[in-house]
Design a protein around this ligand. Structure first.
Ligand code: UGA
Length: 350
C-alpha cells in the first residue's frame, strides 16, 4: 500500500502536475524536493505535502533519509531540453545519469520501489512505425552528434535499473513520456530562443518575436501527449494494483496525436488568433525556415517520426489517452494567455 511518495524535482512540469493529482485524489503523503517552488505554491500549506528547497547534487543526506522513509521514489530531476544536450552535454550526463544513479542505488539498498522517467528519445532514429518497448532497437547517431548524450544517458540508466531488477530484486517501473505538453511546461515568458520545448517555443515566438522558426522544413513528426493523460498513467503506476506495474517499461504517449512540426505551428497560430487580445499579434506572425545547423549547431541530429505503441500499458494497466492535440494546446493557451505578465522574470527549472 502506498502511503509516502518521494518526488525529487517536485516543482518540474511532471512533478508539479503529479503533486496536484496526488493531493486531490489520494491520501498519500508527498515528500518533495526542488530548487524552486513557483509551480507548486498553491500546495505548500497542504497537510500531506512536505516540501524542502534543495538540490539533489548537494542535499544527499536528506534524500537518503527520505528514501528510507518513503514507500516509492520518483527521481524526476533531469535536463530534458534538446538545446542543452548540444550546448552542455556534460551537465546532461552529470545530472541525468550520475546524480540519479546514487538515488537508484539507495532504492536498491533500502528495498524501495523506484519509478524512473526514461524517455521517448531512447528509441532515437528507429525506423519502426510504432516504437515498442520490447522489440524496437534503440538507434543513435555518431558521437559527434552530441544530442544523443541525453538518449544514451537515459538508456544506460534504463539498463542499470533493469539489471538491478534482475540481479538484486529492485522493484521498478520505467516510463517513457512522448512529448508531454501542458500549461506548466517550460515558461513562455522566459522562453529565450532555443530554451524550450517546441510548443512553448512557438507560443513564445508568436508573442515576443512575431515569427516562428521551422527547423529543417518542419516535416519531422511527434506524438504530442496531454499532461493530464500522462499523469493519469503515472497514478496507476504509483498505485501499482496487484504489483502489475512492477518490472515493466511503459511508453506513455498518444499515437493519435502524431503530427508534423509544420502542422503544429499552423495549429498553434490559428488557436492564438481565436483570443481577441492576441489576434493582431498573431496576424503579423510569419513562419520561417531555418536549418538545424543554424538553429542548434553542428552537434544536433533529429528524429523524423516518433509514434509510441501503447499496447503494453493498455493491456497491463488499462490506461489509454483521451485528449486530442488541439484540446491539449487549447488548455495550454488558456493557461498562458489569461495570465498577467508577472511571470516575466521567473527562472525555469527542468
Ligand atoms: C524531446 C526532448 O528531448 C524531451 O523533452 C523529451 O525527453 C522528449 O523529446 C519527449 O518529450 O518525448 P524533441 O521532441 O526533439 O525532444 O523536442 P522539441 O524541442 O520539443 O522539438 C520538437 C521538434 O520541433 C524538433 O524536430 C525540433 O527541431 C523542432 N523545432 C523546435 C522547431 O522546428 N522550431 C523550434 O523553434 C523548436
Amino acid at each position: 500500500m502506498v502511503k509516502k511518495v518521494l518526488i525529487l524535482g517536485v516543482n518540474g512540469f511532471i512533478g508539479s502536475a503529479l503533486t496536484e493529482s496526488i493531493l486531490k485524489n489520494t491520501d498519500w503523503e508527498i515528500y518533495g524536493m526542488d530548487m524552486s517552488d513557483h509551480k507548486i505554491t498553491e500546495f505548500l500549506g497542504h497537510k500531506n505535502f512536505h516540501f524542502i528547497e534543495g538540490d539533489i547534487t548537494i542535499n544527499k543526506e536528506w534524500i537518503e533519509y527520505h528514501v528510507k522513509k518513503c514507500d516509492v521514489v520518483l527521481p524526476l530531476v533531469a535536463i530534458a531540453n534538446p538545446a542543452l544536450y548540444v550546448s552542455d552535454p556534460l551537465r546532461v550526463f552529470e545530472l541525468d545519469f550520475e546524480a540519479n544513479l546514487s538515488i537508484v542505488r539507495q532504492c536498491v539498498e533500502y528495498k524501495k520501489r523506484v519509478i524512473f522517467p526514461s524517455t521517448s528519445e531512447v528509441y532515437g532514429m528507429s525506423a519502426d512505425e510504432e516504437f515498442n518497448e520490447e522489440t524496437t532497437s534503440l538507434v543513435l547517431g555518431p558521437i559527434e552528434k552530441q544530442r544523443w548524450i541525453y538518449s544514451c544517458s537515459k538508456q544506460l540508466m534504463d539498463r542499470v535499473i533493469y539489471a538491478y531488477g534482475v540481479q538484486r530484486g529492485l522493484d521498478f517501473t520505467l516510463f517513457r513520456p512522448f512529448n508531454w505538453t501542458g500549461p506548466k511546461l517550460d515558461n513562455i515568458f522566459a522562453a529565450k530562443e532555443g530554451s524550450s520545448r517546441v510548443v512553448t517555443q512557438f507560443i513564445a515566438d508568436i508573442l515576443h518575436h512575431q515569427r516562428i522558426k521551422l527547423v529543417d522544413g518542419g516535416n519531422q513528426r511527434r506524438s504530442f501527449t496531454d499532461i493530464d493523460d500522462g499523469i493519469a498513467a503515472l497514478m496507476h503506476i504509483i498505485e501499482n494494483k496487484d504489483n502489475k506495474a512492477s518490472g515493466q517499461i511503459f511508453n506513455i504517449g498518444n499515437p493519435d496525436n502524431d503530427i508534423s512540426i509544420r502542422e503544429l505551428a499552423t495549429l498553434i497560430l490559428d488557436l492564438v488568433k481565436t483570443y481577441p487580445a492576441y489576434k493582431e499579434i498573431a496576424d503579423r506572425v510569419t513562419i520561417e525556415d531555418v536549418t538545424s545547423g543554424d538553429h542548434y549547431g553542428r552537434y544536433y541530429q533529429d528524429i523524423q517520426r516518433r509514434v509510441p505503441s501503447i499496447d503494453n500499458i493498455k493491456n497491463v494497466l488499462g490506461w489509454s489517452p483521451t485528449v486530442t492535440v488541439k484540446e491539449a494546446l487549447r488548455k495550454t493557451l488558456n493557461y498562458h494567455l489569461a495570465r498577467p505578465s508577472a511571470e516575466l522574470n521567473q527562472q525555469e527549472t527542468y
